[in-house]
Every structure is written in C-alpha cells, then in structure tokens.
Design a protein around this ligand. Structure first.
Ligand code: NAI
Length: 450
C-alpha cells in the first residue's frame, strides 16, 4: 500500500511526486509515455528549443547592425531537430534521476482506476494491481480538433503542435488555424525559418485574453515580416490543402498551403481512466477541483490541465504542490491572481494579472502606467530596432493589478511583477526597490514614477 498514487508525470505529476517523496510519503507514479509529459516531450521545451534556434537565425541575419559580418547565415534544420531531441532527453533524464534519488516508484504503463475509497484505492497497470491510500490525477490535456468539413486528423497535411514539432522539412507554406498562444509561437517559428505563414483567427484579435494594445503591436511586427493575418474569420471547410473561410466582411475566401496547423485550444483528457468506478463525475470532460485541489471524492485530488482551468505548466506544478500540502496537513491554498503568461515570439510578450479589458468587463476603476521599453538603456543596447512596451495597471490606490510587457526578455522580467501582484505591492513600493543597472527590468521602476 502506497501513501499516494499519482497518474501522469507531467509538470503537475512529477513535481507533486518530488514534493511528496521529499516529505516522506511512499509514492507510486504512473506514466504511459515519457516522464515530463506534454510540456517536456511535445510542448514547452521542444518548442522553445526550436524557437531559440529561429531567434539566433534572425539575429544572425541582422548581425551587421551590431558590427558583426556574417556571410549568408544558413540553417541546418536536421541539426536543429537533433538538438531538440538532445535537450528533451537530458531533461527527461534529470527527472528520472530525481525520482530514483527520492525513492519514487515509477511505472511506465497506462494506469486504470479499479475502485476503492480513501485509505485503499485499487489501480491496475499492465496486468498488475496496486493499492494507494490517496490518488492524484494529473492526466493533462490534448489538442482539440474542431468539427470542420473536410478536416481529417491525423493526415499528411493536417497537423497539431505535436506533428509540427516533428516535421523533418520546413514547409514552404503554412496556414495556422487559431491565433492563440500556440498559433503565434508556430507563426514566429516558421516565419523565421522561411515558410510563408498565414493565420486565420475566429475572434477580432490574436492571443485571446492578452492585452489588446500589445497583441496588436505584436501582430504588426509579424505583419511587417510578411505573416498574413485573417481575423474575425470563420473556417467553413478544408479541401485537401485549401482552407475555405469567410473573412471579417463575410466574404468567402480560400488559401492554399503545404501544411495546415490546427491550434484552437486544448481539452482535458482522462478517457478510459475509470474515474466513474470511484464515483467521480466529469464536467465537460474535466475534473472539478477546489482551491486545495480536492475533487468531489474524498482522498482523490487532481492537478494540471485536467481541471481545464489555467492550462499552463507552471500552474500545474503549483497545483501539484498544493495537493501534496493538503495531504501532508500543511496549510496552503491555490491562488490564481498572479499566474504569468508568456508567448515566446520574437519579441516575447508576457502578462500577469488583470488587463484593461478584464477590468473594464468587471466595471472596476483602474490606472494605466506605461513607457516604451526604449526607456531602458539595456534594451536600447540590445535592440537596434526593437519596439517594446511596459504597461502596469493599478487600482486607484496604486496597488498593482496587472502587468503587460512586449520586448525581450519579458519572460524573465514578468517574475518581478508576479511577486508584486501576489504580495499586493503598490507602485510606491516598486519605486523603493533597487533594480540592477543596466537591466531591462529597470523599466518597471521607471514606469512606477509615471
Ligand atoms: P488558445 O486558447 O490560446 O488559442 C486558440 C485560438 O483559436 C483562439 O484565439 C480562438 O479564438 C481560436 N479559434 C478557435 N476556433 C477557431 C476556428 N474554428 N477558426 C479559427 N480560430 C479559432 O489555444 P492554443 O493556442 O491551442 O493553446 C492551447 C493551450 O496551451 C492554451 O491553454 C495555452 O495557454 C497553452 N500553451 C501555452 C504556451 C505558453 O505559455 N507559452 C505555449 C503553448 C500552449
């Protein structure tokens, strides 16, 4: 009998296993694929590895501006893909070592819940039976495939992010259906690699809930790099390599491309797991959790994309920790008020907390403080022609509610904003903090004085 059985070893499951085992619990961790889940094997890490090479390629093309002469930089895509494999293997290996060192028993097989209740749940995998006092379900999500006439997935030319990461050749042309986070990261990647990219997005803006002004600036950057955007456009059917849609004026249009990438969101997945055998009901395919990551069934927890709430790796890990702390009797609770979101385009865009749109929708008063990133000397040093914005949003008392950044390295600077929002800091608190000079993060202090 184990203290805790965890199903799924993505960022929710493997972090929870680490925390639980380090605290002395006996832990059984099931994973049918590789440790690290989608994030490490077919999501965040491989995408960022490819995007890093694409960024270097872009930079090498404009190296001249920085006084470096490079004769016709070229791309060895096979080598880029090999490096992606190497990075992934290294990180998966590190998780394996960590599990071994902490004494977590990992089972590489698909787990099924057979029954039981708190104190003794029965699971099976590969014909073996296992028992655990508690369960933590971290089975994640999969790409959502919409019902569109003629859309056949999987097929030669229709891809999700998973297949797009495995393409051996760079497509000459690519149509991306969905201008959300995945859509824009792949638009950035294949645009840098030389594909002709078109993005078809159903709503009037790219990047969903991200700040309107910054999303529009980023769209402008990619439009100037010859990515075509079709917003407020509804895909009606796919005919082979042709995507037919009605544009924002309601006019019927069609585009043709070598590959079609579908990225219109992800859905929680736990089909065939057997949650009904312990009386756990799904809501629209997801498992509902409270702020302690408890489900409706005593002794059963869920964390990560399976609750379909935030669907980000870093949220998943934190939810896993909260679940483990509840099991250990350590006071803790999930807070979603400062969950950062980053899109790893070039330039990056990062955001945390409330946006102008979300505050307007709630009818709340707010103040906007913003500056171009070029107020930071370091930004000017490193961006010969870069446009960027730092926008902080506060309540009328100056308490920080949201932060929205466009420009590199927003993914790093946003952490300071996450802490400020989570801890309820005001602009006047930022004014008294010493930021390193020269750093792009100094922009936060500059903005706090506007
Ligand atoms: P998303 O929800 O970010 O964007 C999907 C987009 O598709 C939306 O803008 C939606 O309006 C549009 N759409 C839906 N149906 C459509 C249709 N029929 N035609 C045209 N457009 C349509 O979902 P996405 O980009 O697939 O990402 C999935 C999840 O993965 C998200 O929850 C995201 O947060 C997460 N993720 C996060 C990353 C990061 O943090 N850097 C990277 C990759 C994924």
């Amino acid at each position: 009998m184990y203290d805790l059985a965890i199903i799924g070893a993505g960022p929710a499951g493997y972090v929870a296993a680490q925390r639980a085992a380090a605290a002395g619990l006996s832990v059984l961790l099931f994973e049918k694929n590789e440790l690290g889940g989608v994030c490490l094997n077919e999501g965040c890490i491989p995408t960022k590895t490819l995007l890093h090479s694409a960024k270097l390629l872009e930079q090498s093309r404009s190296a001249d501006k920085y006084g470096i002469r490079l004769e016709n930089p070229t791309l060895d895509y096979a080598k880029v893909l090999a490096r992606k494999e190497k990075v992934t293997k290294k990180l998966v290996g590190a998780i394996r070592v960590s599990m071994r060192n902490l004494g977590v028993e990992t089972i590489k097989a698909e787990a099924h819940i057979e029954g039981g209740a708190e104190g003794d749940f029965t699971l099976s995998a590969d014909g073996q039976e296992y028992h655990a006092a508690r369960l933590l379900i971290c089975t994640g999500s999969r790409s959502f495939i919409p019902t569109i006439a003629g859309l056949e997935y999987p097929s030669e030319n229709i891809l999700t992010s998973k297949e797009a990461l495995e393409l051996k050749e760079i497509p000459e042309s690519l149509i991306i259906i969905g201008g959300g986070v995945i859509g824009m990261e792949f638009a950035a990647l294949f645009n840098s690699l030389g594909s002709k990219v078109s993005v078809i997005e159903a709503t009037p803006k790219i990047l969903g809930p991200m700040d309107e002004e910054l999303s529009s600036l980023l769209q402008g950057v990619y439009a100037s790099r010859k990515v075509d955007f079709y917003l407020s456009s509804k895909v009606s059917r796919i005919e082979g390599s042709r995507v037919c849609f009605s544009d924002s004026e309601g006019e019927e249009k069609s585009l043709e491309a070598e590959k079609i990438l579908v990225c219109v969101g992800r859905r929680a997945q736990c089909e065939g797991l057997g949650v009904e055998k312990i009386g756990l009901a799904l809501e629209k395919g997801a498992i509902k959790t409270d702020s302690h990551m408890r489900t409706a069934v005593k002794g059963v927890y869920a964390a990560g994309d399976i609750n379909a709430f935030s669907m980000l790796a870093h949220t998943a890990s934190r939810e896993g920790e909260v679940a483990v702390n509840d099991i250990l009797g350590i006071e803790d609770e999930m807070s979603y008020k400062a969950v950062p979101g980053v899109v790893y385009t070039h330039p990056e865009i990062a955001s945390v907390g409330e946006s102008e749109q979300s505050l307007r929708a709630k009818g709340l008063e707010y103040e906007v403080h913003k500056l171009p990133m070029s107020y930071s000397g370091r930004f000017v040093v490193e961006n010969e022609r870069g446009n960027g914005v730092c926008k902080l949003i506060c309540d009328p008392e100056g308490r920080l509610l949201g932060a929205h950044l466009l420009g590199d390295p927003s993914s790093e600077i946003i952490s300071a904003c996450v802490i400020a929002i989570e801890k309820g800091l005001k602009l006047k608190d930022l004014q008294r903090i010493i930021f390193p000079h020269p750093s792009v993060s100094e922009i936060l202090k500059e903005v706090s004085f506007t």
